[in-house]
Design a protein around this ligand. Structure first.
Ligand code: C2O
Ligand code: CU
Ligand code: CU
Length: 513
């Protein structure tokens, strides 16, 4: 934006008063043990049931908050699927509104994908058989009702999925000991301890950020770890926030997997960026270094407001960062502490990973498609006057995409009854994704892709691996191919994984025939 507009905005903001990061008496530092969601094997033997329920959960003190989850008050069990077997899953809806369950990262046909067309009525049931043919990876599931995905995930309708491959071996795999799921989600909690999700007002003008970072539903918990290499399965389950993770003491994370499969060899990183919907698996050595450390994230500047004027307006508009515990706006995600009584497993970093997802031979692409993601707000159109009108609309709480001032892909907001693209099964294609206003995590259902380039720079496959969600800040080229069908009745989706953008229309749908 221009310098003059920035000055105008700053002037407007100054008039709104100083941002307040209010201290909450009961928001004591963490210390609660990291909750580890139960593993539920869904690999051939019988039918696995997932029941969506609405109940209460106490997050950080105060009162219990109304929450939603699968079989438990907040989030759901970790479903373990097995490559080469069929998972039969029954989803039951005990909520008072429709939901869907999308298997984010599963390469399954459209009719079992769980997108917005597969609504499960209150009291209803949805039964699917999922044939698992893909490589070992960490995926997740969440509700995907059009216009309601943000509030559903915020309330807890999500969980992790693990795809096990009998051919993958040699990595830490003792659940809750040296194989730890970390579902990271920022949430807003009111003074009374209840989850807050604004369905009107400024919080929805761009994207929803919380001021408490939860891991598996706990605020700044503490994980006890053995003196060995520990595998962390990281999911950015935030609605909008991009996490930039690093350890307080600078210890390296050896990345062994991204969204859709294991790497051929570990890649050492001191920081790891994950946008909403992205996953990574890392090995961290707790035998070296101090007895305790913390995983931190940098403040997230990736919002329209943040891009315009830095963090200040974000704070004022209710998109504040969690209570800061380190310098430079970084905040704590969770702590780790050595526990010598835990059995140590893997001690040396493998130099090759058995069961890695290889780069298949896609051959020449036969088609190119272009997707322009645009989240420009109408309110920014006309300087002061435009802004005034925009804020008036936003604060007035009008629902629907109109208020958002145009969340779109290729100039169009999502329509349940319009198919945007038609893809031929088995064809190799290049999808070019373009963003302009801010970085958007672009997600594709039904397959995984290779990232060819980002902003003109080639990206080595060994560093990124197979992805199904990619933070695009400018331009990226993806190489992909679909193995399964998706009909007009149950098409696949492509969308921004900032859930408020998706809900407001930054999504499209396609068939594969
Ligand atoms: Cu995780 Cu279409 O979403
Ligand atoms: Cu998905
Ligand atoms: Cu977006």
């Amino acid at each position: 934006m221009s310098a003059s507009r920035r000055t105008i905005l700053q002037a407007v903001l100054a008039g709104l008063g100083a941002p307040a990061l209010s201290g909450r008496a009961w928001a004591a530092p963490g210390g609660e043990a990291l909750p580890v969601p139960p593993l539920l094997d869904a690999d051939a033997a019988g039918i696995t049931t997932l029941t969506a329920i609405e109940t209460n959960h106490r997050f950080v003190g105060g009162r219990a908050s109304p929450t939603r989850g699968f079989d438990q008050p907040f989030l759901g069990p970790v479903l373990r699927l097995r490559r080469g077997s069929t998972a039969r899953i029954d989803v039951r809806n005990r909520l008072d509104e429709v939901l869907t369950v999308h298997w984010h990262g599963l390469h399954v046909p459209g009719d079992v994908d769980g997108g917005p067309h597969q609504e499960i009525a209150p009291g209803g049931r949805w039964s699917v058989a999922l044939e698992i043919e893909q490589h070992a990876s960490t995926a997740w599931y969440h509700s995907h009702v059009h216009g309601r995905t943000g509030p559903h995930v915020n309330a807890g309708l999500a969980g992790l999925l693990i795809i096990d491959d009998p051919a993958a071996a040699g990595l830490p795999s003792r659940w809750g000991v040296d194989d730890l799921p970390l579902i990271m989600q920022d949430r807003r909690l009111g003074r009374d301890g209840r989850l807050v999700y604004a369905n009107s007002g400024p919080a929805l003008m761009t994207d929803f950020r919380g001021d408490f970072m939860l891991v598996n539903g706990a605020h700044r918990p503490l994980a006890r770890v053995p003196s060995a290499l520990v595998r962390l399965r990281l999911l950015n389950g935030c609605n909008a926030r991009t996490l930039e993770l690093r350890f307080e003491d600078g210890r390296p994370m050896q990345q062994i997997a991204s969204d859709a499969g294991l790497f051929a060899a570990p890649v050492a990183r001191t920081s790891l960026t994950l946008a909403s919907g992205e996953r990574a698996e890392v090995l961290v050595d707790f035998a070296a270094g101090g007895r305790s450390t913390r995983l931190l994230s940098a403040a997230d500047r990736n919002s329209q407001m943040g891009r315009m004027i830095g963090g200040g307006m974000g704070g004022m508009m209710g998109m504040i960062d969690p209570p800061a515990v380190a310098a430079n706006g970084a905040f704590e995600v969770l702590g780790f502490e050595l526990d010598a009584t835990l059995p140590a497993g893997l001690r040396t970093l493998p130099d090759r990973i058995v069961g890695a997802a290889p780069l298949p031979d896609f051959g020449e692409a036969v088609r190119r498609r272009r997707f322009v993601l645009d989240g420009h707000m109408g309110m920014m159109g006309g300087g002061m006057g435009g802004m005034g009108r925009g804020m008036g609309r936003g604060m007035g709480g009008m629902a629907g995409s109109g208020m958002m001032g145009g969340m779109s892909i290729n100039g169009r907001a999502f329509e349940m009854h319009r198919i945007d693209e038609r893809v031929r099964r088995g064809d190799t294609e290049i999808w070019q994704v373009v963003t302009s206003d801010m970085a958007h995590p672009f997600h594709v259902h039904g397959t995984a892709f290779q990232v060819l380039s980002r902003n003109g720079r080639r990206l080595p496959f060994a560093e990124l691996g197979w992805k199904d969600t990619l933070l695009v800040d400018g331009e990226a080229e993806l190489l992909l191919r679909f193995a399964h069908r998706a009909s007009e009745r149950t098409p696949y989706m492509f969308h921004c994984h900032i859930l408020e953008h998706e809900d407001a229309g930054m999504m499209g749908q396609f068939t594969v025939a």
